[in-house]
Design a protein around this ligand. Sequence first.
Ligand code: CP
Ligand code: NVA
Length: 309
Amino acid sequence: MKHFLSIADLSPAELQDLLSLADRLKKEWKAGGNAPILKGKSLALLFQKPSLRTRVSFEMGMVHLGGYAFYLGPSEVKMGGRESVADVARVLSGYVDGIMARVFDHDHILGLAQHASVPVINGLSDYNHPAQALADMLTIWEHKGSFEGLKMAYVGDGNNVTRSLLFGAMKLGMKMHIASPTGYMLDEDDLELADSFRTGQAAFELFEDPLAAVADVDVIYTDVWTSMGQEEETAVRLQVFPPYQINHRLVSRANSDCIVMHCLPAHRGEEITDEVADGPNSVLFPQAENRMHAQKAILVRLLAPDYAG
Ligand code: CP
Ligand code: NVA
């Protein structure tokens, strides 16, 4: 693994390895702390969009492993404006051991990876959010014990988070239902690619009716109706999406032990009610915590490739 840009790039074995390592590093951390596997290593955190989880979880992940990370905000670097993506990649490669970037245009992630001589980690683009999907899979594994044949329903906007989740689900043998309004589904290219990743019992099905999509599932997942960068569409989306809200009525259609997930930040009262977000099926905050544990595995595999653990 040279970079971490998309779940699509990982073999099922690499995905399983990252999850196993994340699980070990999490247990080690809970038992008193991690070994300084990344001693002396540095990571630039380059953001074109806001963040709470991604920024803090990568930064603390580096600190726990003995490394160092620093934040570069949108007004500082102005990648693609003040300086080309290629030049930012070349310059940072002379200073740091890795680059984590959150961008609008996925081509900026690809450009960084093409021109950097150090590993690049995708911390969300308009196309995908693979670090989130890895943490989500860790969370599902912890709560359900396996992936094979497990049923997950994603209800809401077919977006960057959905795409990474679908790719991961197909590579791990899960069954995925996706319920989105017409015009807000993932596109044909995504579905064809996802189809090519299917292993074991993996399968996916598209729904317009959210109630049909969640029947007897083990996992319900949602995300905001308006993603970062789509703010001018907010009013239209608020008209379209209300039938796709995760509320008590919807959750009661799923298996009684289903877990409810959301990558956060949540717009409570829109895509998810307080009752569900704070209710007995919710794993929202353990899921958020798992960003840090999952990303430690990514960091170790990329920045300490000789680490044998
Ligand atoms: N889930 C997630 O990526 O959160 P932030 O936008 O706060 O980083
Ligand atoms: N789909 C959301 C995810 C935020 C973590 C967005 O891109 O804004």
